[in-house]
Ligand binder design. Structure first.
Ligand SMILES: [Zn+2]
Ligand SMILES: [Zn+2]
Length: 443
């Protein structure tokens, strides 16, 4: 319903490998038709694999209070068992993400019974998430709180946001995103790097529970300010308000009379136990990135990621490095020059260092990014990104040393972009670039 019809497991596997992913959540695993697809590509009950890409059954479930939960399951048969358990409480055929008449505690009990891991999805978003309706894990999960092992940060938050809340320190943070379309800039927009003993549910479980030294080693995701509910803002005219002004105006927009929706930024300030984030020692670094094709698009000033210029550069980099992750995070700056355009090299390096100007989103309007005109610009974000030493440490193979290159004058404001004809690269362009995106995302 909300997804591109090209979202089929073999296509996802093919595109995921270009992205540099190795383990993918199937999503929607209690939907009977989708579960048939999952079974069709299964090697065995516990092994779902297409070529080198492994899948694990996962699903989001909306509880009776509109809170979304992520469940990660050990096998196909356990996914079936989960479906049987929740079927009396909702219509599993209506949506890939079922809504059930159960609360968070009841869902966590079922998760435990079927051996699934469970945690809140996109925990800070205002409409359908834990902190939209609760002030603590306990308020949502009750007696089952200790069973919660992870929290999905969502596109509007990062580890710095979440680690201001003491309650969350013991949880593993997942920076995962859902995909409604298989374009590489829509797939794995966010992802988590783990040190695991094996690419199986058990391997992932050990890393999430931090057993035997296995753990998450890097979170990669958007800048939280890009999220469409990052700042408190009017949902009609998108005017943004500091918390004090929103309260003063009783959450009504003085400009147009619309409702002001509280943003993630202010919600975290309300919930925070600490003024500054306090990271537990096992918390991995968080790298703010956007998909490679979008960085290239910004660097070239093109109107979309489907232009021939963007696609040609993207293909060159994938051919050279094998996948996006290697090109974006771990490549030598010198080697990036294979792309043949310094603007692109500089843009990638600017992202690695966090030299990006951010215009926060709010009220349902996404934020947007700009590459800096010069480094003297006061708005340039210099903090929060990884140093080279961090990258070297977390690189499973070997990290490169980013040079002191600087990006310049790269992205124009939306609507002022240069036009170029779409190219005909795979995945093809028979569907609009934003197929299945629009308002159906929760972030
Ligand atoms: Zn959701
Ligand atoms: Zn307004």
């Amino acid at each position: 319903m909300a997804s591109s019809r090209r979202m089929e497991l073999p296509t996802i596997a093919r595109e995921a490998s270009k992205k540099g992913m190795e383990l993918i959540g199937t999503a929607d695993c209690t939907h009977p038709k989708w579960l048939e697809e999952i079974k069709r590509v299964s090697v065995s009950d516990e092994e779902i694999r297409i070529d080198e890409i492994y899948f694990i059954p996962t699903t989001e479930i909306e509880d009776r209070n509109r809170v979304h939960h992520l469940l990660i399951l050990p096998s196909v048969s356990k996914a079936e068992e989960l479906a049987e358990r929740i079927a009396p409480f909702g219509n599993l055929e209506a949506d890939g993400r079922p809504s059930v008449r159960l609360n968070g505690t009841e869902l966590a009990e079922i998760a435990k019974d079927v051996g699934a891991l469970i945690g809140p999805c996109h925990a800070f978003t205002p409409w359908t998430a834990l902190y939209g309706y609760h002030d603590s894990l306990k308020s949502c999960y009750g007696d089952m709180t200790d069973y919660i092992s992870f929290l999905e940060l969502g596109l509007s938050a990062d580890s710095d946001y979440a680690d201001r809340i003491q309650d969350l320190h013991r949880l593993t943070f997942l920076s995962n995103s859902d995909a409604h379309s298989p374009y590489t800039n829509k797939l794995a927009r966010e992802f988590t790097q783990f040190d695991v003993p094996e690419l199986t549910f058990d391997g992932l479980k050990k890393a999430i529970l931090r057993e035997q030294g296995y753990k998450a080693t890097l979170n990669v995701g958007f800048f939280p300010e890009e999220g469409k509910y990052n700042r408190s803002a009017c949902i009609k005219c998108f005017t943004q308000y500091p918390l004090s002004e929103a309260v003063e105006n009783k959450w009504r927009c003085p400009v147009c009379g619309g409702v002001i929706k509280k943003g993630v930024f202010d919600r975290v300030n309300e919930l925070a136990d600490f003024k500054e984030p306090k990271h537990p020692e096992y918390r991995p670094p968080y790298l703010h990135l956007i998909p490679l094709a979008e960085i290239i698009q910004m660097a070239l000033g093109h109107a979309s990621v489907q232009t021939k210029g963007v696609q040609t550069a993207w293909n060159k980099l994938i051919e050279r490095f094998g996948n996006e992750v290697k090109a974006l995070i771990y490549s030598e700056p010198e080697d990036l020059k294979v792309v043949g355009d310094d603007r692109i090299v500089n843009a990638i390096l600017a992202f690695r260092k966090g030299n990006v100007i951010i215009h926060p989103g709010g009220g349902g309007q996404y934020g947007w990014l700009e590459l800096p005109e010069n480094l003297k610009n006061e708005e340039i974000r210099q903090t929060g990104q990884l140093s080279f030493a961090d990258l070297e440490e977390i690189n499973p193979t070997k990290a490169s040393k980013p040079e002191k290159n600087r990006a310049k004058n790269l992205r124009k404001k939306p609507g002022e972009t240069e036009k170029e004809k779409p190219g005909n690269q795979e995945p093809n362009n028979t569907e609009p670039d934003d197929a299945g995106q629009s308002s159906l995302f929760d972030f």
